[in-house]
Ligand binder design. Structure first.
Ligand code: SAH
Length: 387
């Protein structure tokens, strides 16, 4: 069953986020399948892409940039593709609807609280962005107000007014971003209300999500993706597993239930802190997390002659690097499960691994980003038997 409101988006052209607006969902899947096949067919057979039953309103994270039009009207939404002009967004077809409502409520409250939106050109004003994250399983909601300075006038009354309209909000955080930058978040978080994080459940594990941590934006398809990753790993309880680029520890913690030992490595300190808390929260005693560059960490492991049975790797869009991949070869795991959000860098990295003793067994695309042109793929490689 698809959601009722599936009309076309009024700002699709200006926003540019949904490349496939107006393209029937089945056709989108066909296009993505072809794209993955074009890049990855040389390495093995590509299984049919796993799509969503209902491809609307799937994003659990909604980000809106705030500003003013020449008329003085406050707008919130997204930057017009390739510019710094803000497109007002009222009903996005892929974002969580409740989160969108909260953003519109904030837009409506600003005037009476005399909170001015930030002006990128002259650096005046206060509110730059609002980020809302909702745990689809837990129902918990986090609102992050990204401000150009740490001081929000009448902050308690503002939170009260916001929670009066949306009592379901679990936590409100100020994030201070006082730099002239295109990055959304600054380094400093100040909790205004609640715990400063939310929790959500995936594949039977509970995860803490802080404002700065990476968390997959499509929770329904994330379960499909991780399910495939676990199926490919085929853990029996005896394995030593590495979860590289582990974020808040999602894949590693799910794997820990079926493995002897798991080692997670991640560059973002906040995510590592969340990962350690998540290990305690899920009573996983066979997992350790390291705060380091994944490539450097793997090189050090390989140099000390350590071994691993299964390596999960889930790098950002840029893919992995040679330091990491060459160390994988040295650590010599039986299986590598590569989860990728960019088939182009995946193809590049597969070329390296298949040139160094590994063969591709399975290639499974999963549609995590319906209507956009991004595609996620999970791929199983295993060590070739020497002849
Ligand atoms: N596996 C996690 C996160 C995947 S996103 C999940 O499924 O939720 C990619 C992660 O790689 C991000 O958390 C990012 O902070 C991290 N990362 C980026 N570059 C890295 C590097 N050089 N070394 C280790 N981690 C890195």
């Amino acid at each position: 069953m698809e959601s009722k409101n599936t009309g076309t988006c009024k700002v699709a052209k200006k926003c540019g986020g949904c490349r496939y607006q107006g393209v029937p969902y089945k056709e989108q899947l066909r296009i993505k399948q072809k794209q993955v096949e074009r890049l990855l067919k040389p390495y093995g057979k590509v299984s049919p892409i796993l799509g969503m039953e209902d491809p609307y309103y799937y994003r659990n994270k909604v980000h809106a940039v705030f500003g003013r039009e020449r008329s003085g009207a406050i707008v919130s939404g997204t930057y017009q593709a390739g510019t710094h002009k803000i497109v007002n967004v009222d009903d996005c077809l892929i974002e969580d609807r409740k989160s969108g409502e909260i953003i519109r409520t904030i837009r409506g409250l600003l005037k009476s609280f005399k909170i001015w939106t930030y002006d990128e050109d002259n650096g005046s004003g206060l509110l730059r962005h609002v980020l809302v994250r909702r745990g689809f399983t837990s129902g918990q909601i986090m609102v992050v107000l990204v401000l150009a300075s740490p001081i929000l006038p009448s902050k308690n009354n503002f939170v009260k007014a916001l929670r009066k309209v949306h009592p379901e909000i679990s936590t409100v955080v100020i994030n201070v971003n006082d730099q002239k930058t295109s990055m959304v978040l600054g380094r400093r978080d100040i909790v205004l209300y609640g715990k400063g994080y939310i929790e959500d459940t995936l594949c039977g594990c509970v995860f803490r999500i802080s404002p700065q941590s990476f968390y997959q934006v499509n929770p329904v398809q994330t379960e499909v993706l991780y399910g495939k990753a676990m199926e490919f790993a085929g853990l029996t309880g005896k394995e030593r597993v590495i979860d590289a680029y582990c974020g808040i520890g999602t894949i590693g913690l799910i794997a820990a239930k079926g493995a002897k030992e798991v080692i997670g490595v991640e560059l973002n300190g906040d995510a590592v802190r969340d990962a350690r808390t998540n290990a305690k929260r899920n009573e996983a005693k066979n997992i350790r997390f390291y705060h380091e560059d994944a490539g450097k960490f793997m090189v050090a492991m390989a140099e000390t002659g350590e071994k691993a049975d299964v390596v999960f790797m889930d790098p950002p869009r840029a893919g992995s690097d040679e330091a990491f991949l060459s160390s994988v070869i040295k650590l010599s795991p039986q299986k590598v499960v590569y989860i990728s959000c960019n088939p182009e860098t995946l193809a590049r990295d597969l070329q390296y691994l298949t040139g160094h003793g590994y063969g591709v067994q399975r290639i499974q695309p999963v549609d995590m980003f319906c209507f956009s042109d991004h595609t996620e793929t999970v791929c199983l490689l295993s060590k070739k038997v020497p002849v």
